[in-house]
Design a protein around this ligand. Structure first.
Ligand code: FAD
Ligand code: NAG
Ligand code: NAG
Ligand code: NAG
Ligand code: NAG
Ligand code: NAG
Ligand code: NAG
Ligand code: NAG
Length: 483
């Protein structure tokens, strides 16, 4: 009997599906002896509150839950982890719920530890730091930090979790000046697999600190994170948008690729290959941001005016307004719930030929499959200087020499053709990206990559730390390190 229980436990630990009845999970969590904090809430799948606590940006291959707990305190996160573990209930901590990784779908009928209740944003002006709760989204951080007269590197859009997007590395427009978001992180408070609440920094659990910056989702639940934040150019940056016709593709991509080796630290470029329904053609939508004075930035965007743009908009904006004004405000609809597959590929070599080929193939795809016209390819090329200043072995993020990342989306409406197209685009970026094969930032990974394709040569060291800090692999649903 004892043996068969153990065997059962092991089997489900591997498969991720729950054998416990939802009502049992519910009574374990609602037992008054748990003494939850008054701000902690527990939701069952018959309520709007449950939907609010579990709704994801992308509903494709999503995890499902029998219960959601929204802890109001760090201590209750620790308690929830202990309770889930002692009852063998698989669980997932969730932040901004923006990951598209299909690996998360391996968790069915689990326990959601919804970190959105940890929503504080606290600026310490004297220390020049900001501490954010584990479930805070980028959009909630920017105003308090800006109003206090500071800055913190953020991602390109407002809705992903700040901590969730930090821990894979955290790419964004400030890379040339401040490095990755992890390079601005000073310390975290984290609940470990044992349910202990610890501080992790360069002086507290330094081995774990290395893993946290690139792979924290596999090591614990961060209840709060503290960052550095200097202010540049009075917080003002130049936000430039252009829509270019399909006919300009070769000239534009030649100019984009010419940034290799010459890209100034202040520049960040995002390029969308997309369909335009009004004109019935593919187009290039670009958003270049210059983190500095407009006169300097204009020098770099000057060549774009000669590419027959159909729309141009250049404005100075405060850095805290960039996520919602970037790409003609596209950052807002991008975060509406979708049902898509996401794919990513890093590259350190820029290749105009590759971008032209992808543009041609996407244009052919849109023509052949009207259902797939919502698909787009996003090419993010951010300056490399400050990222490269940090030693390769300082953190678990392996692609410090990357210049860019493509993040492709495709519809499931034309599933087979869309999948084939997405694979073809990813392979095209990988072929000329300058790495030996596919290299993908873990937070942009689809879920079909090998561990080496996401963490490069850091896999053995990560696995050793995994053995030390999470030997039972309870944090396994985001790109399982023990796979
Ligand atoms: C529209 C969009 C824009 C994006 N822009 C950027 C960008 O500019 N830069 C960038 O680097 N990435 C970006 N990403 C990718 C993003 O980093 C990942 O999707 C990330 O996983 C999102 O974190 P989340 O908290 O929103 O997601 P969730 O789905 O809630 O979590 C994803 C994983 O992270 C873990 N996690 C979340 N919070 C915590 C925490 N507090 N402690 C421990 N583990 C946690 C979860 O357990 C889960 O395993 C973007 C994604 C989308 C969809
Ligand atoms: C939801 O389910 C829980 C657990 O079974 C139950 O206690 C609660 O009354 C239900 N609420 C509604 C509104 O049905
Ligand atoms: C769910 O979220 C919506 C939108 O934010 C909010 O208006 C509503 O009050 C929430 N409902 C519950 C029960 O939390
Ligand atoms: C730890 O980080 C602080 C703040 O960034 C820095 O001053 C210090 O040198 C670092 N210590 C080590 C051992 O890396
Ligand atoms: C891309 O540019 C090339 C070179 O100017 C041109 O021949 C081609 O038609 C363009 N592609 C599309 C889809 O318009
Ligand atoms: C489509 O193209 C037209 C003309 O080129 C342009 O004005 C419009 O803004 C584009 N629409 C979108 C949604 O990009
Ligand atoms: C990448 O660029 C380097 C340096 O220019 C070059 O040696 C290498 O061949 C390129 N790799 C690929 C795959 O294009
Ligand atoms: C992000 C994105 O472009 N998603 C689209 C994928 O395709 C479907 C169907 O065409 C669209 O509805 C989505 O908007």
């Amino acid at each position: 009997m004892r043996f068969s229980h153990a065997a059962l436990g092991a089997a489900w630990l591997l498969s991720g599906s729950v054998t416990a009845h939802p009502a049992d999970i519910y009574s374990v969590f609602t037992n008054p002896s748990n003494n939850w904090d008054a701000h902690t809430t527990i939701e069952f799948p018959n309520s709007t509150a449950f939907e609010n606590a579990t709704e994801r940006w992308n509903t494709f291959d999503e995890p499902t839950f029998s219960i959601a707990i929204t802890p109001g305190t760090d201590a209750d996160v620790a308690k929830a982890v202990k309770l889930a573990r002692s009852n063998n209930f698989p669980f997932l901590g969730t932040g901004g719920r923006h990951s598209s990784s299909v690996t998360l779908g391996a968790l069915q009928n689990g326990v959601a530890i919804d970190l959105s209740g940890l929503n504080s944003v606290s600026v310490d002006s004297a220390a020049a730091t900001v501490t954010v709760g584990g479930g805070v989204r980028f959009g909630a951080v920017v105003d308090p930090v800006y109003e206090a007269g500071f800055e913190v590197p953020i991602g390109s859009y407002a809705y992903p979790g700040m901590v969730g997007a930090t821990i894979g590395g955290g790419v964004g427009r400030w890379q040339g000046l401040h490095g990755l978001i992890i390079d601005n992180l000073l310390s975290v408070r984290m609940v470990t697999a044992d349910g202990n609440l610890i501080t992790v920094s360069n002086t507290s659990y330094p081995d774990l600190w290395w893993a946290v910056r690139g792979a924290a989702a596999n090591f614990g639940l961060i209840t709060s994170a503290t960052y550095l934040r200097p202010l540049i150019n009075g917080g003002q940056l130049m936000n430039a948008h252009f829509i270019l016709p399909a006919s300009a593709n070769a000239s534009y991509f030649d100019y984009l690729a010419s940034l290799q080796g010459t890209m100034p630290a202040e520049l960040a470029t995002i390029t969308f290959i997309m369909w335009n329904d009004t004109i019935g053609e593919s187009q290039i939508l670009i958003n270049w941001v210059w983190i500095g004075p407009e006169e300097e930035g204009q020098k770099y965007i000057a060549p774009l005016y000669n590419l027959n743009p159909t729309e141009v908009s250049v404005e100075m904006v405060a850095w805290n307004k960039i996520t919602n004004t970037a790409a003609f405000g596209l950052g807002v609809p991008i975060c509406e719930p979708v049902h898509i597959k996401g794919y990513g590929a890093n590259f350190r070599n820029l290749s105009s030929t590759t971008y032209q080929d992808v543009f041609r193939d996407m244009s052919d795809f849109y023509a052949a499959y009207p259902d797939g016209r919502g698909s787009s390819v996003e090419i993010e090329i951010f300056a490399p200087q400050a990222v490269a200043q940090v030693a390769d072995d300082a953190t678990a993020y392996p692609w410090r020499d990357s210049l860019g990342i493509s993040f492709g989306w495709n519809s499931t409406a034309t599933e087979q053709a869309g999948d084939a197209m997405a694979m073809q685009v990813r392979a095209a970026f990988a072929a000329t990206g300058g790495y030996s094969g596919l290299a993908t930032y873990v937070s942009y990974a689809h879920g079909d990559e090998t561990l080496e394709q996401m963490w490069g040569g850091n896999v053995p060291r990560l696995q050793q730390l995994k053995e030390k800090y999470d030997p039972d692999n309870v944090f396994r649903f985001f790109h399982d390190l023990a796979q």
